[in-house]
Design a protein around this ligand. Sequence first.
Ligand code: AR6
Length: 170
Amino acid sequence: MLLRAVRGDITEADVDVVVNAANPGLLGGGGVDGAIHAAGGPEILAECRALKAGLPGGRLPRGRAVATTAGRLPARWVVHTAGPIWSADQDRSAVLRSCCTESLRVADGLGARSVAFPAISAGVYGWPLADAAVQAVAGVRAVEVQHVQEVRFVLFDDRALAAFEAALTG
Ligand code: AR6
């Protein structure tokens, strides 16, 4: 499995699976979540609503992952995961690693060969970028894949790209 980091807009990634940094409510939001729903269209939200109805309390636990169609995106599926909110007092890094591990497992289970990840929790959820990158890379490396050949971290700006490049080489 090849891991690499590129700069770009994840909604344009030519991959089988795009991972979405969602929230437990699963009904969209801002940041990359908003961008994915806006570009992918209403089919994604319709499948999120159906999945949500089957989840206890209507909530996706942080660190877990579920798949929907990718609607109008170039990808075939979107895998939604809810990252942890950064806390200075509590170590929630296992949850962040789990987001990446579980998302990759779900993607691999679908037969995906390529998967794009954003910097989960590193935006609205406030996770320090350098550590978000370290946890994401560790979470992905923990998976023994059957189908996935490429994991591509698609970062929105140069700072995020530098953080992931450092995590991949460190
Ligand atoms: N392509 C790639 N990366 C992007 C894009 C894009 N199109 N747009 C933003 N980013 P965030 P979180 C980067 O806040 O911290 C939402 O409201 C962004 O620069 O999207 O996990 C959800 O519904 C940052 O580096 O996700 C949740 O409520 C990274 O994606 C909450 O925000 C993640 O930032 C999740 O917060």
